[in-house]
Design a protein around this ligand. Sequence first.
Ligand code: SF4
Length: 318
Amino acid sequence: MLKSRYRVYSEYLRNKHGCKVYKLPVNLPVTCPNRDGELGVGGCIFCGESGAGFEALPEMIPVKEQLERNMEYIGKKYNAKKFIAYFQNFSNTYMPPERFSHYLDQACMPGIVEVYISTRPDCISDRHLAEASDFVGRTGIEATFELGLQTVNYHTLSRLNRGHTLAEFIDSVLRVRNAGFGVCAHLILDLPWDNMADAVENAKVLSALGVQQVKLHSLYIVKGTLLARLYNEKSIRLVSVEEYARRVIAFLEHLSPDIVVQRLIGRAPEEETITANWDTSWWKVKEYIEEQMEALDTWQGKKFSYLGGKAVRKFCEE
Ligand code: SF4
């Protein structure tokens, strides 16, 4: 088997835990300040009614029960022993710190080795971090924060109606890292207003900030969203799969080799989207990108040489 040309998440987990580790989606009864009026009401222009949690159980079911049910199903199907509780949908820290702590505690059960908390960069206070530290100290279960960024291009962030800019992302990464937690950044590399330079800058900013993981998605058009309207009106054009692959490869070439890559492409619910992943299977796109990397003989970190005072390096070499 060929060696991976990028740092694959499943391999990272297997090395760390000694076996395959499975993510169990958890649906908390939460919303998002970009939807409930705190920052805005429409949400990000690509975000559908179900957010990102189309595979999760209903939010009314207690966290423990959601985990038990998913653990039983996945555990039996794959003979799985270790799991990550994935607080996936909407903004999972958009709540008082005490309530956040309560949900974390519910995830403390045999087999859970990590809690993975997806949220917005402007939804993490130092008090939320203190609750997470307390949880980790009491239980020994790790915690990682997944922060939606989508792009470092703050002009594009404004068009997406994200309700935050790059500064909030930088602030949250620094504070989450200082508190001792891992950070995973979520990016969409083919936003219609971004180009190759943005894809590369995404990699450079994440590398400079020292995030530990990254998750890439292509842009899919969810029914009923403002993005769907723009798409139907032909106000935006989606990039080709070949261009997406070029951007992913350039991104990986500039990415620190230490950063773990959770995925090169996301999965979208067919019934909720107008178009997604060029109407082909996500794994075919993934394989296509990997084949292109092979053909180009390139790899993650090949062009990671720009940090640490690049212009004065020649003066400092022994
Ligand atoms: S921040 Fe996340 S949950 Fe909120 S509107 Fe945007 S994509 Fe949806």
